[in-house]
Structures are given as C-alpha cells and as structure tokens.
Design a protein. Sequence first.
Length: 97
Amino acid sequence: MQGDPMGGLISAIIWMILLIAIFYFLLYRPQQQQRKRHEEFLRNLKKGDKVITSGGLIGEIKSIEDKTVSLKVSEGTIVKMLKNAVSSYYQEEEKKD
C-alpha cells in the first residue's frame, strides 16, 4: 500500500512556506525596522547635535544638507561627510568622583 503522492507535495510546500515565514520574521523584518529607525534619526538631526559616525568620529553638526553633514571634530577642523555615516547621538559619560 503506497501513500498519496500529493500528500508529500503538500507537506513539502507547507514546510517551505513555514521556512520563508521564519526567515521573514527573524531576519528581514527586524532589518527593515532598524533601517526605518535610522532614517527617522537622520531626518531629526539638527545643527548643534553631538553625534558619532560609523567610523568612530565624534563631532558637533555645523550644517546639514540633503545628503551631507558638516561636523566640527575639533577646534578649526570641520569634516564634510555623508549623512548616512552618522550612526547615533553622542552622550558624554559623567565622571564619578
């Protein structure tokens, strides 16, 4: 007595759909949400914010254009870089006595 060949096909399709759903919810969707948060962060940047770049530079925003920002990294040194390179706000740690 042989099993129904369509039953094996349906089972394989269900497993494929399940695997695709797992990849979507564990990999793709969190990356989308992180990208949206970063885009929102970039839209809210303003002159005077202290930020950290993806390369590790810490500076104060002096000007913002569509795709670039100018950062003051030290006295008399202003660096122009892509806005996407700004990764987060910089918050100085308080020194404990």
